[in-house]
Design a protein around this ligand. Structure first.
Ligand SMILES: *Cc1c(COP(=O)(O)O)cnc(C)c1O
Length: 400
């Protein structure tokens, strides 16, 4: 067997060796640089998905590469029997960028779902067991996180799941108010629903959720796994609402591609709810991932990527609107978490045509494509895709 080869050979080997939960991917990628990736046949693509909002600094960013190389040579793993300078610095830095008050704390995990599991255990320590989540919510695939996720196709094959979870229509303040009682341990929400198609209820929804949870003595847990770390043009999307949640979960963009997740608990009371021995992880907080995340946070700050994400996202929305194409509806989302809604359910065909033309986009739902490019994407790079869109759309209409 060879270690390189053409796409078809490699994809055949993939099918014969990798568990089929992802279906068969369309491409075998070999490497990336900035906002571009290359497949094993040497074709180049503009990566407008960024590994699903993960590659915040694009591919091969020198700050991330050098932080990881340096840390790999020093210590990759030490376990949580010990701690390391990167782990401590990352926890401090996360509390800082989250604007977390005195007494706040960080638990470091390895993925989004794991951060959600920590959050679910936190909610149990209220002495209550009911959780209110939203219809359309995506919180991950582990059984605890899956109980909060709403999509029937993801949940039903694995039921019964964690009991006590109800789902209310997303963005509907009255429905939330009606669902939250003195038995509610927590309300768990995404500030913008990513997997549901980049649905943004606006910051007022979080303001209302904060008021409702506070009145009922329930926790407000915000899943910032997709929206966090600069993606929406703020460090965290909740900051646009001017509220203080009880906890947030973070992952995707945090490591710039290195697997990492985090639960941030806000304030002394919530942070003391999980005590020594009540939760743990072998890999979480390892110095390699922590050093990577620190480099990501430092670079977002030094390259002023929050402001850039805001401006580039607005630029994209304005350019798409300017096309005045009958197949395109106004762009949804904030910052560089965006969906381009389509007038017909052709997102899969559009994504395929785009890929053939050298652009990676995500058909997040049948009538919308999602863009979550690296935060370092230039407006010029976004323009190349916008310029290609009319031709791509017209090519779909031409094929019966
Ligand atoms: C991706 C995602 C998760 C799950 O993260 P994993 O790292 O895949 O476990 C949870 N919540 C949201 C909002 C996500 O986008």
């Amino acid at each position: 067997m060879t270690t390189t080869g053409h796409q078809t050979d490699l994809l055949g080997r993939y099918r014969d060796s990798v568990l089929g939960v992802f279906g068969t991917p369309p491409l075998v990628l070999s490497h990336g640089e900035g906002c571009y990736v290359w497949d094993t046949d040497g074709r180049r693509y503009l990566d407008l998905v960024g590994g699903i909002a993960v590659n915040a600094l694009g591919h091969g960013h020198p700050a991330l590469v050098s932080a990881l190389s340096k840390q790999a040579a020093e210590a990759i793993h030490i376990s949580n029997l010990f701690t390391s300078v990167p782990q401590i610095e990352l926890a401090e830095r996360l509390l800082g960028v989250a604007g977390a008050p005195e007494g706040s704390r960080v638990f470091l995990a390895n993925s989004g779902a794991e951060a959600m599991e920590a959050a679910v255990k936190l909610t149990r320590r209220t002495g209550r067991t009911r959780i209110v989540a939203a219809e359309g919510a995506f919180h991950g695939r582990t059984t605890g996180a899956l109980a909060l996720t709403s999509k029937a196709a993801y949940r039903e094959p694995f039921e019964p799941l964690l009991p006590g979870v109800s789902h209310v229509p997303y963005g509907d303040v009255d429905a939330l108010r009606a669902a939250v009682t003195e038995q509610t341990a927590a309300v768990v929400l995404e500030p913008v629903q990513g997997e549901a198609g980049v649905l943004d209820p606006g910051p007022e929804y979080l303001v209302a959720a904060r008021e409702i949870t506070r009145a009922a003595g329930a926790l407000l847990v915000l899943d910032e796994i997709q929206t966090g770390v600069g993606r929406t043009g703020e460090w965290f999307a909740f900051q646009a609402a001017g509220i203080v949640p009880d906890a947030i979960t973070v992952a995707k963009g945090l490591g710039g591609g290195v697997p990492i997740g985090a639960l941030v608990t806000f304030g002394e009371r919530v942070s003391s709810m999980l005590s020594a021995g009540q939760h743990g992880t072998t890999f979480g907080g390892n110095p390699l991932a922590a050093a990577g995340a620190l480099a990501v946070l430092d670079t977002i700050e030094s390259e002023r990527l929050l402001e850039h994400a805001r401006l580039a996202g607005e630029h994209l929305a304005a350019r798409v609107a300017g096309l005045e194409h009958p197949m395109l509806h106004p762009v949804r989302g904030r910052g560089l978490l965006r969906a381009i809604p389509l007038a017909a359910p052709v997102s899969a065909e559009l994504a395929t045509a785009a890929r053939d033309a050298g652009f990676i986009v995500n058909p997040v739902e049948p009538q919308a494509i999602r863009l979550a490019p690296p935060l370092v994407v230039t407006t010029g790079q976004l323009d190349t895709f916008v310029d290609a869109l009319p031709t791509l759309l017209d090519s779909l209409e031409a094929t019966p």
